[in-house]
Design a protein around this ligand. Structure first.
Ligand code: PMV
Length: 323
């Protein structure tokens, strides 16, 4: 009997230019380019142990056995690893997040990046970061970006993500306002497929997204928050507009989401450069300079319906420890 384990830690990322829509559903390739910031402090820690005594995979997420689609997605990544390793070996997976799972806080991004990296280690595969990113992408395209720290891009149709700029080169803060707990109503895959199938605004979104992506990318490379912010807000609002027009509509916003967005506009009216973005959930993430992060956090804490505020600095690459 042989067992080999690896542990990895990967951080969540928040897209500044959003991914919404698939170019290829089976391969899980994105229809639009996206660019994200990896966040320190919102991390998933995953341990994978390949054990020749196991007859099937065993998966525990945040202390509870995984079932249904959550289990299938993890097993899907392990299947890819078995193919790469050329051996029918099963694994014991334990994974825990230090933030609410499936709430629009991109837990699938850090989770699948950590799983791909720890899995590669436990299966004894020496994969380049690009290959780990491609493996993570198959489970969740945004996870391809969490393999890298700092500012990270995933081009339309790309297999893997790539770093655009280190976090140290443009050390912004992402102030995360958690507006409600509990699982989201529509998962991102279901939401994307429904938007693509039914929303008259899906095509315009896909056609326009590369332009917004380029604006985001250029502003990141120029380290220009004043140019970055409006492009970040445009990307988020256009993505949500495409969802509002789906049948049935997909609305992740709650009154607290709108109140937090207004708080950010009020800050801006008083001269603070702060800009919001929202994903497949009700939370509001606000991009600001480090010197303004405390004032932004204070304003969000004072907003009705905001339950918790976390200030995040740019995060590092996903890391692996072989046990
Ligand atoms: O990677 P997925 O399937 O969880 O989709 C992520 C979609 C958004 O978070 C809404 C946008 C993004 O680019 O992260």
């Amino acid at each position: 009997m042989t067992a080999r384990a690896a542990v990895s830690v990967a951080c969540a990322n928040i897209a500044l230019a959003k991914y919404w829509g698939k170019a290829d559903e089976r391969e899980n390739l994105p229809a639009v380019p996206s660019l994200s910031l990896t966040l320190a402090g919102l991390a998933t820690r995953t341990r994978v142990e390949v054990d020749s005594a196991l007859g099937e995979d065993e998966v525990a997420l945040d202390g509870a056995p995984a079932r249904g689609r959550a289990l299938d997605r993890v097993v899907g990544v392990l299947e890819e690893l078995r193919k790469l390793r050329g051996a029918r070996l099963f694994a014991r997976v334990t994974s825990s997040n230090d933030f609410p799972t499936a709430s629009g806080l991109a837990s699938s991004a850090s989770g699948f990046a950590a799983l791909a990296l720890a899995g590669a280690g436990a299966f004894g595969l020496d994969l380049e970061p690009e290959a780990v990113s491609a493996l993570a992408r198959r489970a969740s395209a945004s996870a391809a970006r969490s393999v890298f720290g700092g500012y990270v891009a995933l081009e339309a149709g790309a297999q893997s993500a790539e770093r655009v700029l280190s976090g140290d080169a443009f050390p912004l803060r992402m102030v995360v306002a958690l507006t409600a707990s509990g699982p989201k109503s529509v998962g991102s895959t279901e939401g994307m497929l429904r938007t693509a199938a039914t929303s008259p605004y899906y095509r315009p979104w896909v056609d326009d997204a590369p332009r917004v992506y380029r604006a985001v990318r250029e502003a990141v490379l120029l380290r220009d928050l004043g140019a970055l912010g409006p492009a970040v807000e445009a990307s988020a609002l256009r993505m949500h507009a495409s969802m509002f027009a789906a049948e049935p509509p997909i609305v992740y916003f709650t009154p607290a989401t709108l109140a937090a967005m207004q708080a950010v506009r009020d800050l801006r009216a008083r001269g603070t450069l702060a800009f919001y973005t929202m994903d497949a959930g009700p939370h509001v993430k606000v991009l600001a300079a480090p010197a303004d992060a405390d004032a932004v956090a204070e304003a969000l804490r004072a907003t009705r319906g905001v339950e918790r505020v976390v200030v995040c600095a740019p995060g590092p690459d996903a890391t692996l420890e072989v046990e």
